[in-house]
Design a protein around this ligand. Structure first.
Ligand code: SAH
Length: 243
């Protein structure tokens, strides 16, 4: 498998790039790259590069960009997912990893009436985001918002469609059927382990969210998140192919 390196924009000046310390170590010491080797890299803001290495030293690996592409691996559909903070951060991290692979643009960790935590380790999350971006061949780093409260997420604008996933939603309202084929962006909210309170679902519906089902089984929160992302992104990919 080709290793994609992450070279953030501040490490790039014109065609000259310097790998960040961790990536330099990986290229030089682990994969034993040499001067003249060509590696592929992404900058996290939509840039993809083929880079010819011009310097490979223990702490410093640098090169010149030989080819540039834009938006490699990036979907047109902009999906934002809000997921309640989970007791076990590893479950949330698993969701983050899968959401990146499935093509989500933005993740909002939520505090709700039934969340039992109010923070998480952002540095760890950032590492998961970077690793998943490189692994699946995307060129944009998924945006991870600060932990957000219920009223604030309901008030967020800029989405063509808004859904709140609720296990008690009418089973006919499966999210796929509710997705408008003409829309290009959506916000989906998923509750923590204990689910949403009826009051939360009602307040979302009042703010023009559609209450939707993910099928007749009660899914764990992170599974619900992954299922929603997979469903919407696959449908969006199919619509994009047809148009
Ligand atoms: N209220 C629950 C389960 C919560 S599951 C309980 O009995 O403990 C966590 C979250 O996953 C829910 O808030 C919802 O957003 C989502 N979810 C799980 N299964 C779902 C389904 N079948 N349809 C829609 N959303 C679902």
């Amino acid at each position: 498998m080709t290793t994609n390196y992450y070279i953030p924009p501040e490490q790039i000046s014109g065609s000259y790039v310097v790998l960040p310390a961790e990536e330099a170590k990986h290229a030089g010491q682990v994969l034993r790259k040499r001067v003249g080797d060509v590696i592929t890299a992404v900058d996290g803001v939509g840039g993809w590069y083929a880079v010819e290495l011009t310097k490979v030293e223990k702490r410093r690996v640098a090169g010149m960009i030989r080819e540039t592409k834009r938006e490699v691996g990036e979907p047109e559909f902009q999906l934002t997912v809000g997921l309640g903070l989970l007791k076990n951060q590893r479950r949330f991290e698993m969701f983050v990893e899968k959401a990146v692979e499935l093509g989500v643009s933005r993740i909002i960790p939520l505090t709700t009436a039934r969340t039992e935590k109010s923070s998480h380790r952002t540095e760890r999350m950032h590492k998961v985001l970077v690793a998943a971006m490189k692994q699946c061949g995307r060129s944009r780093l998924v945006q991870l918002d600060a932990v957000t409260g219920w009223d604030d997420v309901l008030a967020m604008g800029g989405f063509e469609q808004k859904f709140v996933c609720h296990e008690k939603a009418n089973s006919g309202d499966v999210i796929l059927g509710a997705l408008d084929p003409r829309s290009t962006s959506a916000l989906i909210l998923i509750g923590p382990e204990g689910g949403f309170s009826e009051k939360e679902v009602d307040s979302a519906v009042e703010r023009s969210f559609m209450s939707v089902s993910l099928g007749s089984r009660r899914l764990r929160a992170e599974t619900a998140g992954i299922a929603a992302c997979a469903g919407v992104m696959l449908k969006a990919a199919q619509i994009a192919l047809r148009s």
